[in-house]
Write a protein that binds this ligand. Structure first.
Ligand code: UTP
Length: 297
């Protein structure tokens, strides 16, 4: 039987507590924080849709109802917009969930870690390879090029192994990332030999940091299930991936594009400024505003 190399399902783990953004995330999901006018989760879902994925699986937790509502029909709002002839806004709201897109939701009862969150989606994923997108990593492809997940789906179709999105990170920032090391297959592709979670700069095997985009084979579920608790008592996805490196092989794709770590305040602000500057409605005004700001040294 041929190996399945098409990715049709994406898992969005959105059950984390978002403590770095308290108090903003006390009663609302971090993934609903907007960059200009779209919530983070919408950017991630649009990236998956553009990569050809139609089944979106959200691993949610307490206080995450807003995410389900965001992708659901909003009858009252739509009726109001229609009655007041606000057709552009109406279409904006309606096209957010295209008709051929299916959304499923599963709860992670406790924040036991990213690996555990992915495991919660197992029964919805089944036995096919799938994508995982962390919505707080906001990714942009190059200006005219494909999005980051599209680049990965294309590479996966050739490789058939699990695939991680990586970027080169500054030496003093390696402790914020999962870091991979391995052998270069092409200038953009690495056959991974080792992955370590948040190493100190002295112990980091390379500067290749993993961003929040993965394509995983279903073999990862047993590996996550059978591993002991990892760093911080959490069930880590990294430990499951380490198991895949040993059994099935894993590649890392040096993607083209940019990542904004919107789980941190700095990354969130950088994304807001860059997206605002490019925004068709407010970009010009915002540019003029920024230029006129007296920014002290
Ligand atoms: P993070 O550690 O960046 O998110 O997890 P967090 O825990 O929500 O944020 P902080 O660190 O407290 O500020 C990466 C992703 O994994 C999800 C998060 O929602 C986020 O998208 N996650 C994490 C889960 O779904 N479940 C978990 O148990 C842990």
């Amino acid at each position: 039987m041929n190996k399945v190399t098409r990715i049709s399902k994406a898992v969005f783990p959105v059950a984390g507590l978002g403590t770095r953004f308290l108090p903003a995330t006390k009663a609302q999901p971090k993934e609903m924080l907007p960059i200009v006018d779209r919530p983070l989760i919408q950017y991630a879902v649009e990236e998956a849709y553009a990569a050809g994925i139609r089944h979106m699986i959200f691993v949610t937790g307490r206080n995450k109802r807003a995410i389900e509502d965001h992708f659901d029909t909003a009858y009252e709002l739509e009726t109001e917009l229609e009655a007041s002839h606000k057709h552009e806004l109406l279409s904006l709201v309606q096209t957010l969930s295209p008709e051929d897109m299916v959304c499923s939701y599963v709860r992670q009862p406790r924040s036991l870690g990213l690996g555990h969150a992915v495991l919660c989606a197992e029964h919805l994923v089944g036995q096919s390879p799938f994508a995982v997108l962390l919505a707080d990593d906001l990714m942009t492809g190059t200006a005219e090029g494909p999005g980051v997940l599209t680049q990965m789906v294309t590479a996966f179709a050739q490789l058939g192994t699990s695939l991680l999105a990586v970027q080169e990170v500054p030496q003093d920032q390696v402790r914020r990332y999962g870091i991979v090391a391995g052998d270069s297959v092409t200038p953009h592709l690495i056959k991974v030999r080792q992955m370590v979670e948040k190493p100190s700069p002295e112990n980091a095997p390379s500067r290749m940091g993993v961003a929040g985009r993965y394509i995983l084979t279903p073999g990862v579920f047993d590996l996550i299930r059978n591993q002991p608790r990892g760093a911080g008592g959490e069930i880590q996805l990294t430990d499951g991936i380490a198991g895949l490196i040993a059994t099935e092989g894993v590649h890392a794709l040096l993607y083209e594009g940019k990542r904004f770590d919107c789980g941190s305040k700095e990354g969130f602000l950088e994304a807001t400024v860059e997206f605002a500057l490019k925004h068709p409605e407010v970009g010009e005004h915002f540019r003029t505003y920024l230029r006129g700001l007296p920014i002290p040294d």
